[in-house]
Every structure is written in C-alpha cells, then in structure tokens.
Design a protein around this ligand. Structure first.
Ligand code: ZN
Length: 465
C-alpha cells in the first residue's frame, strides 16, 4: 500500500541501507516470535480474505512496529505484508472492526494485482509515476471493498475507514488518491461484492462482532445536562435533520417512573434524511419525497405494545430504520383506512439497475378531526393520506431489508420506485421471516404505475448519522 510513504518516512531519519536492515530485522524478529496472539488473528483474517477469492496463501504477514501503516512488499523474491499492530488497533478503536480487515485486504489487493516490486530493486528502479501509484491505490481499495463486502461489512463501515484515512486535498503530489476517488473505488468494489453475493447469507450483520461501532461515538450518548438542539444540513439533493429526543425529555425530569418509561421508548438520536423525487410521467405526483429515519436507542429491542408484551430485538443493535414515502398522491381517495381492515400495497424499487426489491405498506385515507395547524377542533373531518411507512420494523428480516436498502442508497446513484400491487391482507405473516401473505390481489382500485426517480447525490453524507 504505502511503500513510498514508508520510504519517505524513513528518508529524513536514516539512510536506505539502514532501512533495508530494519526491514530484515523486522522479518527476522517475526520468524522468531510466531506465536503472537494478534498475529494469529491477522493470519486468520488473511485466510478469510483469501477464501473469498480462492487464492492460496503465498504471503507472510509481518508485524512491524512504529511504521504507523501497513504495506505490501516483495523482498528477496518473497511476498510480505508488514503491519503495525498498534496502528491497526488504533484504527479499529476509531472506526469499527472491519477496518483492519479492509487494510489487510487492501495490501493483499496490491499483491494480487501485481503492484509490488522487490523492495531492494524498487528504490533503484523506481520510475513509476505518482499517477500510476494512485491508480494502484484505487485498484487495491476496490479489491479490499469487494472482499469485506463479501465478508459482510456494510458500506458505512467501509466508508468510516476511508473517512479516517483519506482527505480531500489535491492528490497531485501524493502517492494516495483523494477521498472522493477512494470512496468511488470503494463503492465500485462494494457493489461488485454485494451484487454477486447471495444477500440472504453474505450480508448478515454480526451484532457481537460489530457492536463497538456504535459505542465510541459521543453523539449517541445522551447529554442530559445540556440538551442539544436540532441540527439541519443539506448535502447535494438531500436534506437531513437530527434531533436528540431523550436528552430533551429527561432534562429536568424528576419522576423516576416516567424517567424509565421515557428511556425505554424514546430514541437518543433521530436522524431524518429526505430527498425529492420526480415522476417519469407528467401525470405522477409532483411532491413525492422519500424519507429515511434512523433512530438510536438505549435498548436493543422494540417494546411492541400490542397487548401481548412481545419484544422484538433490533437487527442492528440499538438502531432502527424506517423508510417513508411522502406526498404520493396517486392512490384512489376512496380507500378507507381502518385498524381492522387495512388495504396493503407493494412498492418495487431498483437502485442503479443493479439492486431491486419490494416493500410492503398499508395505504389509504383517514379522517382527521383536528386542525393541528390552527389548533382547533374541526366541524367536518378532513381526509388525509396516511403516511406510507415501508416495511414494519417489528421483524428482524424487515429491519435487515430496510438497513440494507439504506446502505444501497448511500452507495448508489439513482433510485427508482413504483407502486407494485394492491392486496387484501389476510392477517398472516410468516413468523420467522415476517413476510406478508400477498397472494390475495385486489382489483377493486386501479392505481397507475408511475415510476419515480430519486437522485442519490449527497445521500451518503445525509445518511451518515
Ligand atoms: Zn496501498
């Protein structure tokens, strides 16, 4: 990865001769202490990486202190990956458990793509331009992203690593490309890894392994003394808004029973990110928006208050994902919404022509008896469309679908969405998967199938809670 960087680091300090000796020492050192626990872990990670592509292990991993880096190098005809354990640990602490695997996979990528030349010869024959080196870095990033995506990392977990190690300054005089280029390479690799995965098994989130991701962030620790206000921002075509309901509600709350209730039900942080869509037919609704709500809780479950006291554990610990369609006015006004007899609809989506799926939601109109804007009772109720919330969040499978959809939005360019079909739900859901029985299709109402396009420029930043 950072062969030149390593050399540059050493140039001001020591001569090249000493650098080589240092490397040799490092390799000798490694050979005499092979039962290193973290090195064992590193080797296991290397095996995981190589398993993804079915390559044989023809590298040696060498822990090498104080280089604050990792690098792929060939030395006297042998292939090595040097890594600084303290550096990798630090990186993991600052980001998540996938970062060291990403870095390792990046170095493997250099070897696999034939970027590494012999360390001894490289300094003599180094005629490679910075431009070529940057190209190699992008190839290694794409490879690494592909690998960790296959192994189950989410896009945001990879993004977090790049956030930390790359900057967006001009890369003209650097061996490493700038942030935007690296993130584009990462997207490419992630998409490739994701698209040829069996998504039901490969993108399984391992809560034990990755829960640290959410622990180190000050933002999701409630600040009861000094509640934070709303934070609004816009990125590209996206608008995002963050609030901290828990700290606001617990500030000055003295009743311990109420405190507990609030703590169990209110999110610490709530992010809502929205973007306006456009209909590809001029007959479609003009003000369609898609909204994503991400909430962080102190709990790892949702207390589903439906009388049976059933708790559903969240797919991603302490976190829920809602997807809403706002302003979709294409459905017939006569569909009544009631708790007992709901009409359901499916919605189909495609992202970048690669990823597709469907959501289920209930639709209809409901009577409103109160005018909230003017704060008064209404003499005649008005009909208002009910908010479309895709995929109830009670089932882990649906939470997983929503989560993966959000990850796809962050990595994608365009989202297309359209109404699928109406069905009368018979009340049955698959207990394990949470899937609705959609077999009883309803022809009672005709709903036009206008396709809506959503530009995903800025989505990654807007959804970066
Ligand atoms: Zn590299």
């Amino acid at each position: 990865m950072k062969k030149l960087l390593l050399l540059l680091l050493f140039i001001p300090l020591v001569s090249f001769g000493q650098t080589k000796t240092g490397l040799e020492l490092c390799i000798q050192y490694q050979k005499s202490f092979s039962a290193f626990s973290t090195e064992k872990e590193a080797n296991e990670s290397l095996d995981k990486i190589l398993n993804v592509i079915g390559a044989s292990k023809n590298f040696t991993l060498v822990p090498c202190d104080d280089i604050s880096n990792a690098l792929a190098v060939t030395f006297k005809g042998e292939r090595f990956i040097l890594f600084d354990e303290a550096f990798m640990r630090k990186l993991t602490q600052l980001t998540n458990n996938w970062s060291s695997l990403f870095i390792l996979a990046h170095e493997v990528g250099h070897h696999i793509n034939g970027h590494t030349r012999d360390f001894l010869l490289a300094t003599v024959l180094d005629d490679q331009s910075l431009e070529d080196r940057r190209k190699e870095e992008l190839e290694a990033d794409e490879f690494a992203s592909f690998i960790v995506s296959k192994l189950g990392a989410s896009y945001s977990q990879i993004e977090e690593t790049i956030d930390l190690i790359a900057s967006n300054e001009s890369d003209l005089y650097s061996t490493h490309p700038n942030y935007d280029k690296r993130i584009a390479a990462v997207k490419k690799g992630f998409d490739r890894g994701y698209s040829d995965s069996d998504t039901s098994s490969s993108n399984t989130y391992n809560s034990n392994e990755n829960s640290t991701e959410y622990i180190n962030k000050g933002e999701i620790k409630p600040n009861y003394e000094n509640p934070r206000g709303r934070i609004n921002a816009s990125y590209g075509n996206w608008y995002s808004s963050k609030v901290y309901p828990l700290e606001k509600m617990l500030h000055n709350q003295t009743d311990p029973f109420k405190k507990k209730e609030i703590k169990d039900s209110e999110p610490i942080k709530e992010l809502v990110a929205r973007t306006q869509g456009k209909s590809l037919s001029h007959y479609g609704s003009k003000n369609v928006e898609i909204g994503i709500k991400i909430q962080n809780y102190t709990n790892n479950y949702v207390d589903w208050n439906d009388g049976n006291g059933k708790e559903e554990y969240l797919y991603i610990p302490n976190k829920s994902f809602h997807i809403e369609l706002i302003g979709w006015a294409d459905y017939p006004k006569e569909i009544e919404y009631s708790q007992t007899n709901r009409t359901y609809a499916t919605f189909e989506y495609v992202i970048d022509g690669k990823f597709s799926g469907q959501f289920v939601t209930y639709i209809g109109w409901t009577d409103m008896f109160y005018d909230f804007e003017n704060d008064k009772e209404l003499e005649e109720p008005i009909k208002v469309p009910i908010e479309l919330q895709f995929n109830g969040w009670l089932y882990k499978s649906q939470q997983k679908e929503n989560y993966e959809f959000v990850e796809r939005l962050k990595a994608g360019k365009k989202l297309y969405l359209r109404f699928g079909k109406l069905f009368n739900w018979n009340g049955y859901k698959n207990e394990n998967t949470g899937e609705y029985d959609t077999s009883k299709t309803s022809n009672k109402y005709q709903i036009p199938k206008y396709t809506y396009e959503f530009d995903l420029t800025g989505s990654s930043k807007a959804l970066n809670h």
